[in-house]
Design a protein around this ligand. Structure first.
Ligand code: APR
Ligand code: PHB
Length: 398
C-alpha cells in the first residue's frame, strides 16, 4: 500500500510479516478486525528465506480457516511417517498408524507466498520496507508505532501491538529489562542446509544419527531436495565445499539411503546455530508476542513454523474477542495458553536434538545413555508412539 492511503489508526498493529504476523493478520481480517502489518524487509526477501517444511495438521487447519489451504492440499506432500537411520538400521516411525495423523511437506516459502498473494483481496495491508519501527506507550492504554518509509516518519495508533518480528526483532527488545524471564540453551553445534534440484533420496524424511554427527534428508517436491548435516559451532561456509558436504551427508545417512542420493549444485546453502529459547510471559502491557519473537526451537522436528501458527491462532482469538466485546479475558489468558503448547514443543525439540546429535561435550556415560535410548526407541511401540504424537503435533487445547 502507498504511504498516502495509510490509515492513521488501526485496532491491531502487527510488527513483522513472517509466518506469525501474516497468519495473525489473515485470521484477524477473517473476523473483520482491522489491522496493519509493518515489515522491515521487502516481500521477495521474506518469501525467499528457506526454512523448514514439515506442516502439522493443526497448521493445515489454520490455513483452511483463512481459506488459503488450496495449494497446500494440492501440492503439499502428505507423509504418513519418517525414518531414523541409526547404526546401519532404519527405524521407521509410522506416524499415521500410531496416531491416526499425518504431516504435510510444504516449504515455509510456499506458505508465505500463499499468505502474501491473498493479502490485498482480504483487505490485509502490509507495509514493506518499514525502517526504524519503534513501539510507544506499550504500558499505557494508547500504544502507537512509528517507522520511517521513503525518508518520512509515519505513525499509527492502535489498541494492541502484536510483536511477530522474530528472534532479533524490535518488539521483545522494547520491553524494559527485568520484566521478562528468559530461558535459553545454545547447542554446541549448528546445521548446514543445502537445497538442490534433485529427486529426494527417500520417499519420506530421514533423520540420521551417526558416529560422525547428525544428518537429515528432506524434500520440497518430487524434484527438489533439502539436506542438512550437523557442523561445528565455529564452522564457516568456506569449511564446507560441495564435495565435503555431499560425501559427509552420504556417510551419515547410511548405505541404504545414500544409494538413492543424487548430487547437484546447491540452489541455496545456509548455516544456522541451534538454540532453545523461551521468554515468559509472552505479553507486556499492550504488546503481545508471537512466534520466534517469544521462543526458538532447534529445527530437529520442524516445530518453529507450527508454533508460530498456533500462537497466531491463540492471539487472533484473544484479540477478536477483545475487539468484539471489549473483554480482556482472552488477552489476559493468551500468554498462559500459548506457553502451555510452546513448552511441550520446546521439550520435544530439545529431546529429539539430544537423541540424534553428537554432543562434543557429552561425557562417556551420556553417550552410553543416548545409545540406550535409541536402542529402546527402535524396539518399543510405546516410545515410537510418544515420538509420533509429538511429531504430528500436539492438540491445540492442553
Ligand atoms: N521491524 C519490522 N519487521 C521486522 C523487524 C523490525 N524491527 N525485525 C524483524 N522483522 C521482520 C523480519 O524481517 C521477518 O520477516 O519480522 C519477520 C519475522 O519473521 P520470522 O523470523 O520468520 O518469525 P515468525 O513469523 O515468528 O516465524 C517463525 O519462521 O523463520 C521461521 O524458523 C522460523 O519456523 C520459524 C518461523
Ligand atoms: C526441512 O524440510 O527443511 C526440515 C524437515 C524436518 C526437520 C527440519 C527441517 O526436522
Amino acid at each position: 500500500m502507498t504511504a498516502s492511503n495509510l490509515p492513521s489508526r488501526t485496532r491491531i498493529a502487527i510488527i513483522g510479516a513472517g509466518p506469525a504476523g501474516m497468519m495473525l493478520g489473515h485470521l484477524l481480517r477473517q473476523e473483520g478486525v482491522d489491522c496493519l502489518v509493518l515489515e522491515r524487509r521487502d516481500r521477495a526477501y521474506v518469501e525467499g528465506r528457506v526454512r523448514a517444511g514439515v506442516i502439522e495438521q493443526t497448521t493445515v487447519e489454520i490455513m483452511q480457516r483463512v481459506g488459503l489451504a488450496g495449494r497446500l492440499l494440492r501440492e503439499g506432500l502428505p507423509h504418513g511417517g519418517f525414518s531414523i537411520s541409526w547404526n546401519g538400521e532404519l527405524i521407521h516411525i509410522d506416524v499415521a498408524g500410531l496416531t491416526g495423523k499425518h504431516i504435510t511437506v510444504y516449504g515455509q516459502q510456499e506458505i508465505m507466498h500463499d499468505l502474501f498473494d491473498a493479502a490485498p483481496a482480504r483487505g490485509l495491508d502490509v507495509v514493506f520496507g518499514a525502517e526504524d519501527v519503534t513501539l510507544h506507550d506499550i504500558e499505557g492504554d494508547r500504544p502507537f508505532v512509528t517507522w520511517r518509509s521513503g525518508g518520512e516518519t509515519r505513525r499509527i495508533d492502535c489498541e494492541f501491538i502484536a510483536g511477530c518480528d522474530g528472534f532479533h526483532g524490535v518488539s521483545r527488545a522494547s520491553i524494559p529489562s527485568g520484566r521478562l524471564v528468559d530461558y535459553e540453551k545454545i547447542y554446541p553445534f549448528g546445521w548446514l542446509g543445502v537445497l538442490a534440484d534433485v529427486p529426494p533420496c527417500a520417499p519420506e524424511v530421514v533423520y540420521a544419527s551417526h558416529e560422525r554427527g547428525f544428518a537429515l534428508a528432506s524434500m520440497r517436491s518430487a524434484t527438489r531436495s533439502r539436506y542438512y548435516v550437523q557442523v561445528g559451532a565455529e564452522d564457516r561456509l568456506e569449511d564446507w565445499p560441495d564435495d565435503r558436504f555431499w560425501s559427509e551427508l552420504a556417510i551419515r545417512l547410511g548405505e541404504t539411503i545414500a544409494a538413492g542420493l543424487e548430487r547437484a549444485p546447491a540452489i541455496e546453502t545456509a548455516m544456522a546455530p541451534l538454540r532453545s529459547y523461551v521468554c515468559e510471559p509472552m505479553r507486556f502491557g499492550r504488546l503481545l508476542l508471537a512466534g520466534d519473537a517469544a521462543h526458538i526451537v532447534p529445527p530437529t522436528g520442524a516445530k518453529g513454523l507450527n508454533l508460530a501458527a498456533s500462537d497466531a491462532l491463540f492471539l487472533s482469538e484473544a484479540l477478536t474477542d477483545y475487539c468484539r466485546t471489549g473483554s480482556m479475558a482472552g488477552v489476559d489468558g493468551y500468554s498462559g495458553r500459548a506457553l502451555s503448547r510452546v513448552w511441550k514443543a520446546e521439550r520435544f525439540s530439545w529431546w529429539f536434538t539430544h537423541l540424534t546429535h553428537r554432543f562434543p561435550t557429552a561425557t562417556p556415560i551420556e553417550r552410553k545413555l543416548q545409545i540406550a535410548e535409541m536402542a529402546y526407541l527402535s524396539r518399543s511401540r510405546a516410545a515410537q508412539t510418544a515420538l509420533a504424537e509429538n511429531y504430528a503435533g500436539l492438540p491445540l487445547s492442553p
